[in-house]
Design a binder for this molecule. Sequence first.
Ligand code: ATP
Ligand code: MG
Length: 254
Amino acid sequence: MKDPIIQVNHLSFSYNGSPVLSDVSLTVMEKEFVAFIGPNGGGKTTLIKLLLGLLKPDQGTIKIMGQSPAKIAHRFGYVPQDVSFNKSFPISVMDVVLMGRLPFHRWTRLSRNDRIAAQKALESLEMLEFQNRKINDLSGGQRERVFIARALATDPDILFLDEPTANIDSQGRTDLYALLKELNKTKTIFVVSHDTMVLSSYITSVACVNKDVHYHNDAEITKEMLDMGYHCPVELIAHGIPHRILKTHEGNND
Ligand SMILES: Nc1ncnc2c1ncn2[C@@H]1O[C@H](COP(=O)(O)OP(=O)(O)OP(=O)(O)O)[C@@H](O)[C@H]1O
Ligand SMILES: [Mg+2]
């Protein structure tokens, strides 16, 4: 029997008075592989930042493994949406991945084990040969892989990936999702993606985020999702994902 790993209750959040998320409640069980889908500006990145403890809710509560996000943050791996880099920051690929290990080293120096973990993570993204390159001297897709490696280097319990494949080629995407599926045996994974077609065969559930959040833990597409103006399910239907069923909704509360 799985336990809830994330419990969000009546969460609301606004930036400078403009509401972005309102009255969001969400329970996610451990080892789910959740896709966050929804239109641009719908609040996906904001929700991830709230779950990570980088932003604080105006109202409501977030519990992750029974704790507040800030207390449990060392168990998270995070790939931010925008990994473009300050061009004058001459840091190597290996250093970027090692930075992922820093939360484990408040006062001590990085060890050989850190380097081995970083190398293993780079290898899983086929980026080990670039370990001594400057991060700015990589292509966009290669840079994205390095940031995914950084998130993996700590062996996190929960992985948050915010559009990790925006610059990654189709073979790279398939490889990444296969890797995530493998990692999903031991980790809970949240991925924001407009790549719903590829993603659909890997995920266990879908959360539609558009100011509020509708969570579907059987990953079926319902008419409710379409009616509410979430673009991605329409795309899924258009591609005719075979194991998904278009259901009629009951009791749409909007
Ligand atoms: N730092 C900020 N200050 C003010 N408003 C913000 C800030 N960050 C985001 N917003 C606004 O909050 C809303 C939600 O943004 P968010 O980045 O969470 O959307 P998203 O679903 O991730 O979109 P996308 O698919 O484009 O990445 C948008 O209207 C955005 O303009
Ligand atoms: Mg976003």
